[in-house]
Design a protein around this ligand. Structure first.
Ligand code: I6G
Length: 677
């Protein structure tokens, strides 16, 4: 086979390309400050790949193109760690932290100690070895003395440097860190697994562990793993920093990602403040943390304190309340939602999870219950993460009662006895009763009066249920026929409250087209789609007479949403409700079409924005209004259709997702600049 010979220019160019790719990758992944546009980065990468394909003899293991290995391994080799990876002692309350501080002060005979507080990621400890600055080995912690060689998988994690940056490169170096899977990647992985009928991972930590223990590195490469590094093990012919704070700076200079939340705290009460702050942030972080690690900052002091057999004396892990707990399923009930979907819900023996008492957990749908084989009487592991509804992760089969039976969905709607129709290969069960079904009526009314819809405050669940059960309200238009007399006849409502509710119903009559469309509760038409439809059609009549083809001309509207919209307006009873609502006084101001359609007024026409984090110069609603007046839209979730993600302080997982999808990222001042332009 003909092998072209590289000239000096090719060799220099390959070196230069690798350097640039590493620099830009470091700025993007580690510093979070992209220096070039994504497509420019992709072009450089492709250019390097082309050259390496042309001159394979010039490929080196540390080249950024060489992260994913070719042949899968047969087994993992064992690795003896040069310096053991120890455990940490745990603390579960403030007292234990204070005792830790006291012990250290006594042992060092000092009255003041400076600590460094670092988030404790719920991931997997790994050890990375660098020889002459080149990554030569990555290993799991194992039992602390002997781990497994997972170098081929470690190399696929984009934020782990294959070659150290900077000046101070030791002859040999061990770096310790925690590999984790971001929450979004975890949910996506389980979602994809579910579609393929695979078992789901219990939590991001298990998913990260499963991904690192793959013999085929191509699988690991597809799993979006990341790392935060926190320590140095063995170091040969290199300068050892004088404090943990300096260790973190040095790690960053070598190119390792280091948690942005690490902080020096100079007494135990400052540590407590840090801890409470981080606990508050916990649900917004794009990855799971299970506590805070507190370390004596000064490395000489650390040396003087030394180790017990198991753990360093100079560090402690404060554990946050668990997000998982075990409890018993007392019953499985089936709820009927606004659109008739039946959802099985587990009623649980109340249990505290992360400081909150959990009584119910969603079981999603029949096939999910069958897949996990959850039965009444089972002891189950449940999980509560952030604002997400608690979920049953798995059944602890050892405790299953002998006489338990598998769960089966009811044959008829539990609220109205109507026939149940199965959709989407049987995964969705829907009541066919429509607005005849009281459960769907209740859901419809609750949605109609909700804050983002008609915003009728005071009409809570109890009152709505009574109104429906007494037959006073069957559909949203009946709300506008309510009087003070009718309302004050209900249980628990005096004349004062009735007057207030009637007043609020009256106020809700003046609304906007988008709110009204959202309030109608058309399937798949959420707040954003409703705003989109209002903007595109300007009038309700125009939308009501539109067909699926016309609707699908709007880029965000696909065939399913289009068919739900057309289907909704085709139904006589829906049209009747709309006319009655308008007859009852509901109105909105039509927009001046000519002004809005002039593209000079709409420089952000069809541009989709997503916000993450807190803006300092305006509220999100103010920003949203500005974007909308310039023709743009604001969505809640980032997707490949998003044009810009605007990042404020303490951004959430959206930022990572935006990076994954390579969506343009604006900080607040860039966003301001765009608006002013
Ligand atoms: O397992 C660990 C997680 C995080 C650690 C650790 C850490 O610091 C942020 N630090 C030490 C010293 C050890 N394990 C032993």
């Amino acid at each position: 086979m003909f092998m072209p010979t590289p000239c000096d220019w090719d060799k220099r160019h390959i070196k230069e390309l690798r350097h640039l790719i590493n620099e830009y990758g470091y700025a993007y992944y580690v510093l979070d400050q992209p220096l070039i546009a994504d497509f420019e980065y992709d072009q450089l990468f492709k250019e390097l790949e082309d050259l390496e394909r042309k001159y394979p003899a010039l490929i080196t293991p540390e080249s950024p193109t060489q992260r994913v290995g070719a042949a899968p391994l047969k087994a993992f080799a064992k690795v003896q760690h040069k310096i053991p990876l120890r455990s940490l002692n745990n603390a579960f309350d403030r007292n234990e932290l204070e005792r830790f501080d006291q012990r250290i002060k006594e042992q060092l005979e000092l009255s003041e100690i400076c600590y460094i507080a670092e988030p404790k990621l719920d991931g997997l400890a790994v050890n990375l070895c660098y020889q002459g600055g080149i990554l030569i080995q990555g290993a799991t912690r194992g039992d602390g003395q002997v781990g497994e060689d997972i170098t081929h998988n470690i190399r696929t994690i984009p934020t782990i440097p294959l070659q150290l940056r900077g000046e101070n490169v030791p002859k040999f170096l061990e770096v310790r860190g925690e590999v984790y899977m971001p929450k979004t990647a975890f949910y996506q992985l389980n979602q994809e697994g579910k579609l393929k009928g695979e078992r789901s991972f219990v939590n991001p930590r298990n998913a990260a562990a499963g991904s690192l223990r793959q013999l085929d590195s191509k699988i690991t490469a597809a799993r979006s793993l990341a790392i935060f590094c926190y320590g140095i093990g063995e170091i040969e012919q290199g300068k050892i920093p004088i404090s943990q704070y300096r260790v973190l700076i040095q790690l960053k200079e070598w190119g390792f990602p280091v948690s942005p939340y690490s902080q020096l705290v100079c007494d135990i009460s400052a540590c407590w403040t840090y801890l409470e702050k981080l606990l508050g942030l916990r649900s917004q972080l794009p990855y799971e943390i299970d506590g805070v690690v507190l370390k004596v900052d000064d490395l000489t002091q650390q040396n003087n304190l030394g180790f017990t057999a198991r753990a360093p004396r100079w560090a402690i892990a404060y554990k946050f309340p668990a997000q998982e707990a075990s409890t018993q399923v007392l019953a499985i009930e089936v709820q009927v939602g606004r659109t008739g979907i039946l959802t099985p819900v587990a009623r649980l023996d109340p249990v505290s999870v992360g400081g909150v008492v959990v009584r119910n957990a969603t079981l999603h749908n029949e096939s999910e219950v069958q897949r996990k084989d959850i039965r009444v009487g089972d002891k189950v592991l449940i999980r509560r993460a952030g604002d997400v509804i608690p979920e049953v992760i798995s059944v602890i089969l050892e405790y299953r009662p002998e006489n338990s039976t598998p769960f089966a969905m009811p044959q008829c709607c539990p609220a109205c006895n109507s026939e149940i129709i199965k959709e989407q290969q049987g995964t969705i069960a829907r009541c066919s009763g429509g607005l005849y079904c009281p459960a769907q009526q209740k859901g419809t009314i609750r949605h109609f009066v909700s804050r983002k819809a008609m915003n009728i405050l005071g009409l809570g669940e109890k009152i709505t249920n009574q109104l429906i059960e007494l037959g006073l309200v069957k559909n949203p238009s009946d709300l506008y026929q309510l009087t003070i007399e009718k309302l004050s006849a209900l249980e628990g409502i005096g004349e004062k409250l009735a007057t207030r509710i009637v007043d609020r119903i009256e106020k809700s009559k003046e609304t906007t087209l988008s709110r009204f469309l959202y309030a109608l509760g058309i399937r798949e038409v959420g707040e954003t789609t409703a705003q989109l439809l209002a903007k595109e059609f300007r009038s309700l009549t125009a939308l009501m007479i539109s067909d699926e083809e016309q609707l699908q001309k709007i880029p965000e509207i696909g065939p399913v949403v289009a068919s739900h919209i057309v289907g909704f307006f085709c139904q006589n009873h829906n049209r009747e409700v709309i006319y009655k609502l308008q007859g009852g006084g509901v109105f909105w101001v039509e927009v001046d079409i000519n002004k809005e359609r002039n593209p000079n007024h709409l420089p952000l026409l069809r541009q989709i924005f997503v916000f993450t984090g807190t803006l300092s110069t305006m509220t999100r609603n103010q920003a949203k209004e500005k974007i909308q007046t310039l023709g743009g839209r604001v969505n809640n979730h980032v997707s490949s259709k998003t044009n810009y993600v605007v990042v404020g302080t303490q951004p959430g997982s959206t930022l990572n997702k935006a990076k994954e999808l390579r969506v343009a990222i604006l900080d607040e001042s860039q966003f301001q600049g765009l608006l002013e332009q």
